[in-house]
Design a protein around this ligand. Structure first.
Ligand SMILES: [Zn+2]
Length: 1020
């Protein structure tokens, strides 16, 4: 057996050029120069990238027959500086992209710029800069910063949304939506600054409702705006969420936020009859009906008024002859939704359904004929623009009723929380004696007899049934809260809406061969101190002939919401240079959908919903034909990771709460900060990074100080990706300690290989692993079995984290554990003829140590790529022949060698040949894991230190294998012993009681000795 094992190693086919043993092998340097490692590898990757681009005429082409993975972090707004939140999302994405590459996928991992938007326009207004130039400069700055973090982006797909080569296609998509009837012009209430004469975005209105610039009180104005009809797809968008929520594809939190936003409520449409008696010299009664939507049919009998939107046909009709109503409508058309304003329609009454069933004759004047109001709080686009007012069970209706009817007004109470309360509840309260009861409950005595005492749901059912026998049955109806998507912005710095307004033809699309409608270039200072949208003033841009009738017409001056750019940008990566179409159907099919999408939870609703809507449109309109066949149809993002925010360490004055600047705090001892002026201890908390709290961190500085790898690893290690990350720079040294340990392992492995005259090539590591797992496991020493099991289990855990759970913090801790396991192993050189006995069970032979190290380095590759590559190269550098200086690592601080010296190159981790069939990322061998975890060893069972018998028990599982006898380990070991035949034979039917009272159990030597300390040794 042993001979066979030794033979296997001797015949190791990967042995190369045995060299004479050298005693001059270098020792590991103690400090690594991380900045130089970063610089060296970032340059190597960039060179390799450039070379492969030069060799490949079409680098963005994906082979549709081979598996691909599209890893996309949400693209950044080019604000000009990268923050830690960016670093976090791009680190996550880069780890996943690098992993996928090592797994043999064709990887799409691109970067682009969400480059339209307000900050550029504001900079232009305030400082007179050209928004295009401002944006380009910021992009250049951020691209440099991004490159510093060691990411593996595919720059050949880069684009910016403010470039006409991109936004011509945003216009194309708008045109397609317009032709499909999904883009239309309507009116909407907007924030209007009456001083600057401009429309404001919500974020430009402060908490007091004033404009951020002029300070004027912002008015709500109704203006003509462009909308996309997202409500057309509301049901499909909702249905899709069900499938996205399955198997953790999307975080539950995001799907439920979207579900709430869509706001589907199941309810009923019911009919109220309207009686109008209008005097035209004589009384004339006319009847009509109004449809009302309610989700609470059980409260029908508590309806005390009807409220109609100001645009309701009945209201509009009455307004023709009623001056007061007309002026009420004019005065209130901009009222906020919480307004309690109302206008009681004279001579108009509503009759409640089922009024005839009321046998109690409570008060016919209230019950049977109820007043009808025109009220701005009723939205014209919600349901039929009519609601039934239920003061007793709806807060808004209650506030309205109280204002219009007074404090003493009767409130008809039809629902009580319990059956008992329902039985004794009075029919009416006074307004000032009650607050609305909003929940479901039991119907009171104020309703017709047959419904009394029924639970709300049951009552709703019965009422629906009763209505079905009346002249006006209730119709079950679903109502959505979702509104159409308003895309108009009265701004310069956005995608022009490709529409020309003609007096005779109406809004006409700009013909596609005339796209793009380019933003006119501004003269210097043209935006400076400008109010409103300058597009309207550029007459040679605005005034154009109508494409249909050729009469003079005007361009639309609104530009599109930037959400429009980000709703389809992921498609553009598939075909970034296509001038004719947004994306060719072939390219869309081979690249979409995005396999993993990563971004902040602040985009959980709008961006993701808009992107789903547009992507569905792309799939159903043949731009993305394969999108129709996926489930849910046209869904753009297979998996979604919502990363948490980054909070910064914040210091404040314990007495005043004032925030301290960093220079006001003495951080000589990071664990014991002091206020410089007083010597006292400040309050320390972690809060959202902001300028006012002086707790922001510049990620570039951090990278400069600690290196990209340590910063990446730290950011991933400190918190699960979905949770808030409390940024504590002081802990990065922990990563450096880890790196130092890895480096030492690599140095050990290399020197031992040389001593054993082994020199495999990087391309052979897969075969080496395979050969060890296949032929050598049975001959392992205990220590080798432990180490190999540890390596194989770590492959499994790391793969699971990168493939399924995205638990990247435990991934880092698993890598550190494997590092510790390798580092604890004692390498034993295996000279031919050395026997297993001479080795001992604690020995780990060189090639097992070496193979475990190559596994560790490849597992580390995605997370700390530069360090892993450097270690890898060092591990495989050919043995020096003469000058020992040649083998010195080039990046050690203590060495003087020039980094740019030509080095013998080996195949790097990220340049190993890789495919889905034979990936260069390690794959665990399940058979080996189960074999190694079920292996047994001899256990000496003692009583008070005296050997009683020996039994074969399994090795303790790694989580129990501590140096001390933990309760869990004792329980585990005792159970394992008692299940053996040897124990059954020794103890007989008495079991452990044969030992008498066991006071203590000591498990030693990893379970090889178990000593039962008992009260009194039994005499045998
Ligand atoms: Zn025309």
């Amino acid at each position: 057996m042993i001979a066979a094992r030794l033979g296997a190693v001797r015949q190791w086919p990967r042995l190369q050029r045995p060299r004479p043993l050298s005693r001059q092998a270098s020792s590991a340097p103690t400090r690594l120069d991380f900045q130089r490692i970063d610089a060296k590898w970032q340059k190597r990757w960039a060179d390799a990238d450039a070379a492969s681009r030069a060799a490949n005429p079409n680098p963005v082409e994906i082979d549709p027959t081979l598996p691909k993975r599209f890893i996309l972090p949400m693209f950044p707004y080019p604000s000009g500086s990268l923050h830690l939140g960016h670093l976090r999302v791009y680190a996550i994405a880069d780890v996943l992209a690098r992993y996928a590459r090592l797994q043999g996928y064709q990887v799409i991992h691109p970067m682009a710029w969400d480059a339209f938007g307000l900050p550029a326009e504001n900079a232009a207004i305030e400082h007179g800069v050209d928004p295009a130039e401002w944006t380009r400069e910021n992009i250049d700055k951020m691209r440099k910063q991004l490159k510093l973090m060691g990411g593996s982006w595919d720059w050949s797909r880069e684009f910016m949304t403010c470039d006409s080569s991109f936004y011509r296609h945003t216009q194309n998509i708008f045109s397609a939506l317009f032709r499909a009837g999904l883009a239309y012009q309507g009116t909407a209430v907007v924030n209007f600054d009456p001083v600057d004469n401009t429309v404001l975005a919500n974020e430009q209105v402060d908490a007091e409702g004033r404009s951020w610039r002029s300070g004027a009180v912002v008015e709500k104005r109704r203006l003509k705006q462009w909308f996309l009809k997202i409500t057309h797809d509301q049901e499909s968008l909702l249905q899709g969420l069900g499938q996205l929520a399955k198997n953790g594809r999307w975080p539950e939190r995001v799907t439920s936020m979207q579900r709430n936003w869509l706001g589907k409520s199941k309810g009923h449409e019911i009919t109220f009859q309207i009686v109008s008696s209008i005097r035209h010299g004589h009384l004339q009664e006319s009847r009509s009906t109004v449809q009302v939507f309610t989700t609470r049919l059980d409260t029908l009998f508590a309806a005390q008024f009807l409220a109609l939107s100001l645009k309701h046909p009945l209201v509009q009709n009455l307004a023709k002859a009623n001056v007061e109503l007309r002026s009420f409508i004019n005065d209130n058309s901009h009222s906020p939704p919480e307004s309690t304003a109302g206008f009681c329609l004279p001579g108009v009454w509503a009759e409640a359904p089922l009024k005839d069933m009321d046998a109690t004759k409570t008060d016919p004047s209230v019950r049977n004929a109820i007043p009808v109001y025109a009220a701005p709080y009723v939205l014209s686009d919600y349901a039929e623009g009519a609601v039934m007012g239920v003061p007793a069970h709806n807060s808004r209706d209650y506030a309205f009723w109280r204002r219009h009817m007074g404090e003493g007004a009767p409130v008809l109470n039809t629902i009580a929380p319990t059956l008992e309360a329902a039985a004794s509840a009075p029919v009416y309260y006074r307004c000032d004696q009650t607050t609305p009861f909003l929940f479901k409950g039991y119907l009171t005595g104020a309703v017709p007899r047959r419904f009394r005492g029924l639970q709300s749901d049951k009552a709703a059912e019965e009422i629906c049934h009763a209505l079905s026998k009346s002249d006006y049955p209730a119709k079950p109806k679903d109502q959505f809260r979702l509104r159409d998507w308003l895309i108009s912005r009265q701004r310069y710095w956005g995608t022009p809406i490709p529409i020309i307004h003609c007096n005779s033809c109406g809004p006409v699309l700009v013909p596609s061969d005339q796209l793009p409608v380019k933003l006119p270039e501004l003269k210097p200072d043209q935006l400076r101190e400008k109010k409103g949208n300058p597009l309207g003033e550029i007459s040679d841009w605005v005034n154009v002939p109508c494409p249909q009738c050729h009469n003079p017409a005007k361009r639309e001056t609104d530009t599109m919401d930037t959400f429009m750019c980000s709703s389809w940008y992921m498609f553009r990566f598939a075909d970034p240079h296509n001038t004719l179409e947004p994306v060719s159907p072939d390219r869309a099919d081979s690249t979409m959908p995005v396999d993993v999408y990563i971004g902040g939870v602040e985009h959980a609703i709008l961006h993701l919903l808009y992107a789903r809507f547009i992507s569905r449109f792309m799939a159903t309109s043949n731009i993305w034909p394969a999108g129709r066949d996926i489930k849910p149809v046209g869904e753009p993002f297979v998996k979604l990771i919502s990363q948490g925010m980054v909070h910064g360490r914040t210091f404040s004055d314990p007495s005043t709460g004032r925030f301290f600047r960093p220079d006001e705090v003495d951080l000589t001892d990071p664990n014991n900060p002091r206020i410089k002026s007083t010597g006292e201890t400040p309050n320390v908390s972690f809060e959202k990074m902001s300028k006012s709290k002086y707790n922001g961190v510049d990620p570039t500085k951090c990278i400069e100080k600690y290196g990209a790898d340590a910063t990446r690893a730290h950011i991933l290690f400190q918190a699960p990706v979905t949770e808030i990350l409390e940024w504590d720079e002081g802990r990065i040294v922990g990563m450096h300690r880890w790196f130092g340990k890895v480096w030492k392992i690599v140095d050990n492995a290399r020197n031992s290989m040389w001593n054993d005259e082994l020199e495999p090539a990087p391309e052979q590591v897969l075969d080496i692993e395979h050969s060890i797992s296949k032929y050598e496991v049975d001959g392992f020493t205990d220590a080798e079995a432990d180490l190999w099991l540890s390596a194989q289990s770590t492959i499994k855990a790391v793969t699971d984290a990168l493939e399924n759970t995205y638990s990247l913090n435990t991934l880092v801790s698993d890598l550190i554990k494997l590092t510790n396991a390798i580092s604890a192993a004692k390498i034993s050189s295996l000279s031919p003829g050395k026997t297993r006995d001479a080795l001992g069970e604690k020995a780990v032979r060189t090639h097992i140590y070496f193979a475990s190290t190559t596994i560790l380095l490849r597992l580390m590759g995605p997370t700390v790529p530069a360090l892993a590559e450097e270690c890898w190269e060092y591990l495989f550098l050919p043995k020096p022949t003469g000058n020992p200086q040649q083998s010195q690592p080039v990046f050690s601080v203590s060495r003087t060698r020039n980094l740019d010296d030509p080095m013998p190159r080996t195949t790097g981790i990220f340049s190993l040949p890789t495919s889905r069939i034979k990936p260069s990322f390690p794959r665990e061998d399940e058979r080996v894991i189960s074999k190694l975890s079920s292996r047994t060893h001899i256990c000496a069972v003692q009583q008070n230190g005296k050997l009683r018998f020996v039994a074969r028990i399994p090795f303790p599982p790694s989580h129990l294998n501590q140096n001390e006898s933990t309760v869990d380990l004792i329980q585990w070991a005792t159970q394992q012993i008692m299940e053996t035949d040897e124990a059954k034979e020794y103890f007989g039917p008495k079991g452990l009681q044969k030992f008498g009272l066991v006071k203590k159990v000591v498990v030693a030597k990893g379970g090889k000795t178990v000593n039962f300390v008992t009260a009194k040794p039994t005499v045998r």
